[in-house]
Design a protein around this ligand. Structure first.
Ligand code: GDP
Ligand code: MG
Length: 297
């Protein structure tokens, strides 16, 4: 009789949590590549993105999601929250990312979405920032009361602390099955999508509070020219004044955004990239259903 414990496992793992707890950083750390963009600002992730990790015994299909948020109402945010709800249905395991040692209302809102039938694992992130580790103990007993977690694992996505423990806990709940993707695949998203995301990431990282939220990026053309990738992208700003900030003095700001994005693309794609970025004004795109659909939300 074959040993069922030795059989290959494959399944979907939703990564959920309030904005900014480190969901995308965790997905990237597990996959070993930057498939999902990250920044210190909430709402960096706007789409459902699959990060794929294949070990000798299992294939993990991590579903990164936008942070579930309750604060701001826009059509874009409604779509992002719908994405979170849709991602939770039909997965094999849910990893709830929390920030050590916090449990705020926004975390409880996420817990209230968890379906009772799907095992949920708490990943208590950013323990590297926790000077006093004894604070974890009372925190864990509080969490235990807040939700019947299958496991609770303190981790640091950024420093790579206890990620092997987390994947071992996840693997226990994956169904036995053949891999759904090639072991080389890191994501289900294509290079065109990632190119737009990398530009958006630099905007989130380099520009102040308001601009990133009122901005989106579309790739107009993506062509292979021998080993070179030629990419033309447009950044859509909500107002003319935002366009001016995005461009900067003599276009200097957009130039540094574009070259940082290009360097990241070259690293992930493994080849030279020519990137040209235009900045245009498109008012009200985040509340315009037709625009949102056209822009891929
Ligand atoms: N100190 C520390 N910071 C982290 C860790 N994981 C993520 N971060 C930071 O938290 C911020 C939000 O991360 P991100 O992955 O974009 O969060 P998301 O909104 O939940 O996807 C970024 O500035 C990350 O660098 C961690 O383990 N330790
Ligand atoms: Mg994210």
């Amino acid at each position: 009789m074959p040993d069922p414990a030795a059989a290959f496992r494959c399944g979907y793992v939703a990564i959920v949590g309030r904005p900014n707890v480190g969901k995308s950083t965790l997905v990237n750390a597990l996959v070993g590549a930057r498939v999902s963009i990250t920044s210190g600002k909430p709402q960096t992730t706007r789409h459902r993105i699959l990060g794929i990790m294949t070990s000798p015994s299992a294939q993990f299909l991590f579903v990164d999601t936008p942070g579930f948020q309750t604060a701001h109402r826009s059509r874009l945010n409604e779509r992002m929250n719908r994405t979170v709800r849709d991602s939770i249905g039909g997965v094999d395991v849910i990893v709830v990312v929390l920030e050590a040692v916090k449990l705020v209302d926004a975390d409880r809102a996420v817990l209230s979405l968890l379906p009772p039938r799907v095992p949920a694992i708490a990943a208590i992130n950013k323990v590297d920032r926790l000077a006093d580790k004894t604070r974890l103990l009372p925190y864990l007993s509080m969490l235990e009361k807040a939700h019947p977690f299958a496991a609770m694992v303190p981790i640091s996505a950024e420093k790579g602390i206890q990620l092997d423990l987390l994947t071992a806990e996840i693997a226990r709940h994956l169904p036995v099955g053949e891999p759904l993707f090639s072991p080389d695949d890191l994501t289900d998203r294509d290079e065109r999508f990632i190119a737009a995301e990398y530009v958006r990431e630099k905007i989130f990282r380099l520009l102040g509070e308001e601009i990133p939220y009122t901005t989106t990026v579309a790739v107009d053309s993506f062509a292979h020219d021998g080993k070179l990738r030629r990419i033309h992208a447009t950044v859509y700003a909500d107002k003319a004044s935002h366009r001016a900030i995005l461009l900067g003095e003599g276009g200097a700001t957009m130039k540094s955004i574009a070259s940082a994005a290009r360097r990241d693309m070259e690293r992930l794609f493994g080849g030279k990239v020519f990137l040209e970025v235009w900045v245009k004004v498109k008012s009200g795109w985040a509340d315009d259903e037709a625009q949102l659909t056209r822009l891929g939300y």
